[in-house]
Design a protein. Structure first.
Length: 237
């Protein structure tokens, strides 16, 4: 290494690239710990004993993904349709039906997936259960804003929704006293087979460790190439 002499332009280009690789690797390590904590909290909520639905948003924030139960009557004429695909890739909807509690509050229930051709409720009459129903599922909190910038705007005029926006859904249905959370119904079969519940995906991908290894490996490779380049040039000189 006695002949190692850094040169200007290779250093100018290599140093920022090295810092970027190291920064991205460190960021992925932070994301790894964040994701592990998120997975642990979700698993704990899912494993907790079932509970009644909360009364307030503050209470609901500590219960997301916990199993809850509720009773009321479905308002089938006010179904909301959230664009979705089946596990096989078919186009369809998730059906969010308002559940009117005995006290007058409304809780939206995601009853599950239906194929596009069953959007008309007349095609699934068996699922229109009259009277009081008992609902079980996972408590969910809606996003506070559009989850991703590339999602289109919701279309209340077409009753076609790309993401859950409970205030807008309540306005579209002319509903008052709507709870600030919703329930993803479990996979208990509905009469007639549709909708198919249990649509919540509980498995979270966690690839941050391999991303971090990739960025740190690129940083090491850059250092090796930088050193070998200068040693070779020093030998030629």
């Amino acid at each position: 290494m006695t002949n190692f002499r850094p040169t200007f332009w290779p250093t100018v280009f290599s140093l920022p690239a090295l810092l970027i690789c190291l920064a991205l690797g460190a960021w992925q390590i932070e994301r790894l710990f964040w994701k592990q904590d998120l997975i642990a909290r979700r698993d704990a909520a899912v494993a907790a004993a079932p509970a009644p639905v909360p009364k307030t948003l503050a209470e609901a924030r500590g219960m997301e993904y916990r199993h809850v139960s509720n009773e009321g009557s479905y308002l089938y004429d006010k179904e909301i349709f959230l664009g979705a695909t089946s596990d096989a890739g078919g186009q369809g909807y998730q059906v969010l039906t308002p559940l009117l509690e005995p006290g007058g509050r409304v809780v939206f229930v995601n009853r599950g997936y239906i194929p596009a051709e069953l959007k008309d409720s007349a095609r699934r009459p068996a699922a229109q259960i009259p009277g009081t129903v008992h609902v079980q599922g996972l408590l969910r909190l809606p996003p506070t804003a559009r989850p991703n910038w590339f999602l289109p705007d919701n279309r209340p005029d077409l009753n076609y929704w790309f993401w859950v926006d409970l205030p807008a859904m309540a306005a579209a249905d002319n509903l008052d006293r709507v709870a600030p959370f919703y329930i993803d119904a479990d996979a208990t079969p509905n009469p007639g087979g549709w909708p198919k519940g249990g649509v919540t995906r509980l498995t979270l991908p966690n690839n941050h460790l391999q991303y971090a290894i990739t960025w740190f490996s690129l940083a090491i490779a850059l250092i090796v190439i930088y050193v070998l380049f200068h040693r070779r040039n020093a030998g030629v000189g």
